[in-house]
Design a protein around this ligand. Structure first.
Ligand code: UDP
Ligand code: MG
Length: 340
């Protein structure tokens, strides 16, 4: 796959990788990295953090490069433009070398302090450890209600079961990451893909905090498209609804036609019927337009997939420089890892 980097040499890979998509998070990044690195260093494992700059327009890239200059655990993948969070996360996974990979938002809504719990569950043998929100602080009633409706709908019509109240904040074992990275579709609905790959999964509850700095880049228009993506990526149910709607309409029309014939035969035809005619025409027209729209949604996605474009383009990749792990004294001295 042309957009995936070469796997790194074995001894260079850390035990834990943290993947962080970054879009216009400049002001919050130093605070985020400070909290993250405190938590990760306390874990006592080799680790790296892969920051993916998703075409930010603020000083995020400069902030990331400053972090990397100070901390060899930082890798920076700079995408050539804004590709959206789902693809930014995929780029991060592609560049993460760890035996387990944690995905976390840069806005401190997902507290890094939860990571040790995720790692503990992974140590017990779980492949997918997702952080499940206990409360959603700092979010409006409306957002909570729409999120709730979405999970409910997906559980009902989708084939995959997505755990409720989970975001992208989670830990994945290497085999889950490798499985996930085999799915190179353009329309990436990550929450669905996580559920699709399967493997033993467990939830770790946590409290989601309000945003630390900056503002959410998600609005209702984006969320609606997100929900549409989720539904069309994981179920063809709406297409079936269209079929049955058409079938039901045809049956009703046949019954109505029969009734008109019988009535005309019995009582003659005094030519009324403008309202009923109008009602039927409008109803059929509406049903047809909706059906065409649904087909269009799927067709558009087929079109996008057939182009087979790479998911993203990397403008510059600056890998982390993991410190050589402590070696037994009889081993040959380790060479310092070369600066890229
Ligand atoms: N993000 C990204 N690309 C985008 C939008 C967002 O990489 O096009 C990142 C953002 O920097 C943050 C995470 O995705 O780390 C979550 O974004 P946000 O807080 O805006 O979403 P919300 O928490 O409201 O779901
Ligand atoms: Mg957020």
């Amino acid at each position: 796959m042309q957009d995936r980097p070469e796997p790194r040499a074995r001894q260079e890979t850390p035990t834990l990788s943290v993947v962080v998509p970054v879009y216009n998070e400049g002001e919050g990044l130093p605070a985020f990295h400070a909290r993250l690195s405190r938590v990760m260093n306390d874990l006592g494992e080799s680790w790296e953090v892969v920051y993916v700059n998703d075409g930010s327009q603020d000083g995020s890239l400069a902030a990331l490069e400053a972090l990397r200059a100070d901390d060899p655990a930082c890798a920076v993948v700079n995408l050539s433009r804004n590709f959206g969070k789902e693809i930014a996360m995929t780029a991060g996974l592609d560049h993460a070398g760890g035996a387990a990979v944690v995905m976390i938002d840069a806005d401190l809504q997902d507290p890094p302090e939860v990571i040790p719990d995720l790692v503990a569950a992974w140590r017990q043998g779980w492949d997918m450890v997702y952080a499940q929100r206990r409360v959603r602080e700092g979010e409006t009633w409306m957002k909570r209600a729409t999120a709730d409706l979405f999970y409910r709908t997906m559980q009902r019509i989708g084939r995959v079961r997505m755990p409720r109240n989970t975001g992208d904040f989670r830990l994945m074992s290497r085999r889950v990451v490798d499985a996930l990275l085999q799915l190179r579709e353009q329309h990436r609905f990550m929450k669905g893909l996580f559920a699709w790959v399967g493997f033993p999964a467990i939830a770790v509850p946590y409290d989601r905090a309000p945003r630390h700095a900056g503002r959410s880049s998600f609005n209702y228009c984006k969320l609606w498209n997100f929900a549409l993506e989720g539904i069309t990526s994981f179920t063809v149910m709406p297409l079936k609804v269209a079929t049955y709607l058409g079938l039901a309409t045809a049956l009703l029309a046949a019954a109505y036609g029969g009734q008109i014939i019988v009535r005309t035969l019995l009582f003659g035809n005094p030519v009324p019927g403008y309202p009923s005619l109008m009602a039927v025409i409008l109803f059929l027209g509406g049903a047809q337009l909706v059906t065409l729209g649904i087909i269009g949604e799927y067709l558009g996605r087929v079109f996008n997939e057939t182009k087979g474009r790479p998911l993203y383009l990397v403008e510059r990749y600056q890998p982390s420089r993991p410190l050589a792990p402590p070696r037994p004294h009889f081993a040959p001295p380790a060479r310092a890892p070369a600066e890229p």
